[in-house]
Ligand binder design. Sequence first.
Ligand code: PEP
Ligand code: MG
Length: 586
Amino acid sequence: MNRITGIPVSKGLVIGRVYLMEQDRSLRVGRQQIAEEDAPAQLERFELARRAAIADLDALHEESTGEMGEEAAKIFLFHIGALNDPSILTPIRSMIETEHVTPEFATSFTLKKLADRFAKHPDSTFQSKVDDLRDLASRLLSKLSGKSAASLAAVAENTIIVARDLTPTQTAGFNRQHVTGFVTDLGGRTSHTAIVAGALSLPAVVGTKDITAQARDGQTIIVDGNKGTVILDPDHETIEQYKIMIQTAEEARISLHELASLPAITTDGEEIELLGNIEFADEITHLMDEGGQGVGLFRTEFLYLTGQTAPTEEDHFNAYKRCIEMLDGKPLTIRTIDLGADKYTQKQEETPERNPFLGLRSIRYSLQNQKMFRTQLRAILRASAFGPVKVMFPLITNITEFRSARYFLHEEMEELAEEGVEYNPNIDVGMMVEVPAAALMASAFAREVDFFSVGTNDLVQYTLAVDRTNERVASLYTPIHPAVLRLVRDVARAARKREIPVSCCGQSAADPAFAALLIGMGVRTLSVTASSLPLVKRTIRALDSKKCERIAKRAIGFDSEAEASSYVFNRLRKIVPEVFDGRSVR
Ligand code: PEP
Ligand code: MG
C-alpha cells in the first residue's frame, strides 16, 4: 500500500484501476530504414494503424457527445479529419514507399514538421492545434507499436487516469462512462485542467509530483479528491473503509441536493445570489438541477480550445443562444475569451513567452487580436436580444483596457444597428477584478463599469506571486491571506459606494470558509461550479451575515495568513459546527 499526497482539485472519492497515460508525447522517433521489398507490408501496417486510430476516435466522439455535448466532442473530429487528410497521409506514405523508412519514423517526422509549422503560423487557430497534432502522433505511434493505444475509449470501467499532466482539452475528452477520476504529477488548485475536472464532477488530485513513477497499469487505486490523498494498492481493510465513506458521501450528496429548491439565505435574512461557472452550455442542466440562479461566468475560451478551428460568429452566437434557452430567463454573464498563459501550452507559441501569466493573455490578447475579439462581441450582442445577457472583460489592469474593450463593443453595436440586427443597447458591461492593480483602483473603475466580478484564482496568484498551476508552490497559494482579503474588501466597498453589483467567481467562492468571508465583506453574489453549489448553499443557510462581517474584519487585521486562517476556522467551527467540523481552512 502506497499513500501519496497531492492537491485536491475536484471533490469526490473513487476506487478504480490505474490507466497510465503515455508520458512521452514528444514526436521523436529515430530514423530507421526498411528493405525496399518490405515497403508494401509497412504501408499496410500504417494503414491498419490509421484505421484503428479512426475507429477509436469515432467511439470517443460518439461517447463524449452524449456526455459533454456536441461542442466539447468536436475535439475528436479534428483528429479524425487529420487522419483522412491527404496533405498529412501523402507525405507519410511516400516516405515509406520511396525513402524506405519505418512508418513510425514517417509518421513522427511528418507530424512533427507540421506541428512546428503550425506553431510558427501567425494565425492562432493553427497554433492551437499543435497539441492535437502531438496527440494524434502519439495515438498513431501506439497503434503501430501494437501497445494499447492512448485511446480512452478503450479503457475499462472504473479507470483512473494517471498522467504527468493533462491539457484542458484532454480532460474534456475523457470518456465519462469509464473514466472516473484522475491524478497528475503536475498542476495546481486552479489550473484549467482542474476547472474542467470540477465541471465534469470527476474526483481529481493534481501536483503529486511523481505518481507516474510509482503507479503501474491496472493497479488498484483510491482517489480522495476531498483531501488530496491517493492510495496505490490499498489493502482490503482500506478498501472497505473507503467503500463506507463513498456510501456516506453519496447519502450526504442526496441530502444536500434536497436544498436545491430552497433559497440561499443567511440566518439573518440576507439573500445571496448563487450562480454557476460553466465552460460548456451543457453544464447548465446540472447547474439548474442544483438550484443555480443563472450563470455568473461562462468561460468562452473553451469554445476556442475544443473546436476544430477558431469559432465563427455563428459558433459563438449558437453557443450563447443555447445557454439563454437552457437558462430560460435566468441571467448569463459571458466573459470574453481568456486565452493565453495556462490556456495555451508554451509549445503553441511561436516564441514562447518567458512569463506567460504576465504576458499576452486574456483581454490583452483580445485587444491585440481585434478581428477575433470583434467577432465575439458581435455574437454576444446578437445573443443579448434573446435574454438577460451581460458581458464581462477578463484581467483588466488599467482603465484604458476597459475603455478600449467597451469602445469595440460600442462600435459593434453601431454596425449591428446599421444592419438592422437586434441587440440590447443597455447590455451591462462589467470587468473581472483579477489583478491587484485593478483592486487597488476599484473606486476609479467603479465609476465606469456596470459590475465587478472578483476572480480570486488569478487575484491570489498575482497578489501572492504564486503560480496557480505550479504544485511546487501550492502551499503558498492561500486565498485567506490578509493581503488578498484587503483587496477583496476594497473592491466590495468601491462597488457598494457606486451601488454596482459585485460577485466572486473564483474557485475560493466555493470554499465554505472563504464564502463566509465574502459575505462578511459585503459580496452578495457567488458563482461556483454546479457540483459545489449544494455545499455553498448549506453553508450560507447556516451563517449569520453580521457575524461573518466581524470575522472578516478581524481576519483582515492579522499579520499573517496562518493566523488569519486559523482564526477564521476556529470561529466558524464554533458558530456552524455542522459545516466546519473536520474541515480545514485553505
Ligand atoms: C479567476 O481568475 O478567478 C477566474 C474565475 O478566471 P479563470 O479561472 O478562468 O482564470
Ligand atoms: Mg482568471
